[in-house]
Design a protein around this ligand. Structure first.
Ligand code: GRF
Length: 220
């Protein structure tokens, strides 16, 4: 177990996933929180938790690319073993994704490969889905196409609105993201040659927690 496993979290807004990563940090620590928005509510929570934060607002840079590069540089300054995107609403530049492949995680509010991109809850309701949920994945250069590590499912109820469904999925996000990060920190989950590899004991634990692990995950 690497007690000194460090993560950096990149956010854009509310930061409730970041908050759950902070609150459930026991086998990893948070070395910094970065945002593309100075007023992101999550930054205040992080500061109050005594964590270093950096904001890189668009207006401080002459181009979007410069802003993103400042965000990546600020992130790497925190020397993370893992970078966790948590409601970060900018597309990550291909060069950075390639350079850091296997070291960036994303949480997405749908059962990927269903509903990549935005408005996932509305689209799941409109499609008449009976199950919806969230996915934790390694980031790759596509939009929400990276290798999936684990998912958490919720039932779609007949009276669900976008808001009720989103809030039920969010509760699952707050459980599954810190768990996956803890397992990576404890070297129970890794990415090898593009495949997610998980120990059998971790797979069992995932199922006990009610999570779903896709067949693409290699068990060892
Ligand atoms: C979450 O639903 C996350 O999956 C998505 O954006 C939302 C961010 O919420 N990418 P928060 O900022 O973590 O509260």
């Amino acid at each position: 177990m690497q007690k000194d496993f460090k993560i950096a979290v990149i956010i854009s807004g509310r930061g409730s996933n970041m908050q759950s990563l902070i609150e459930q940090a026991s086998v990893y620590s948070i070395s910094g929180v970065i945002s593309n928005k100075t007023k992101a509510a999550g930054l205040e929570f992080a500061r109050n938790a005594g964590l270093p934060t950096t904001a890189c607002p668009r207006k401080s840079y002459s181009s979007l690319l410069e802003q993103k590069q400042a965000i990546y540089a600020a992130t790497l300054k925190y020397k993370p073993d893992l970078i966790c995107l948590a409601g970060y609403m900018q597309i990550v530049e291909e060069d950075f994704v390639k350079e850091q492949f296997g070291r960036i995680l994303n949480i997405h509010p749908s059962l990927l490969p269903k509903f990549p991109g935005l408005d996932t809850h509305k689209r799941a309701l409109n499609a008449g889905e009976t199950k919806h949920g969230c996915s934790v994945q390694y980031l790759d250069v596509g939009v929400d196409t990276g290798p999936i590590i684990a998912q958490s499912k919720v039932s779609v109820e007949s009276l669900d609105t976008e808001e009720t469904l989103a809030s039920r999925v969010l509760k699952q996000e707050h459980q599954i993201y810190p768990w996956v990060v803890s397992m990576i920190a404890g070297e129970k989950i890794s990415l090898r040659s593009g495949d997610v590899v998980m120990s059998k004991a971790t797979h069992k634990e995932a199922l006990e927690k009610g999570f779903y692990v896709p067949d693409s995950v290699v068990l060892n």
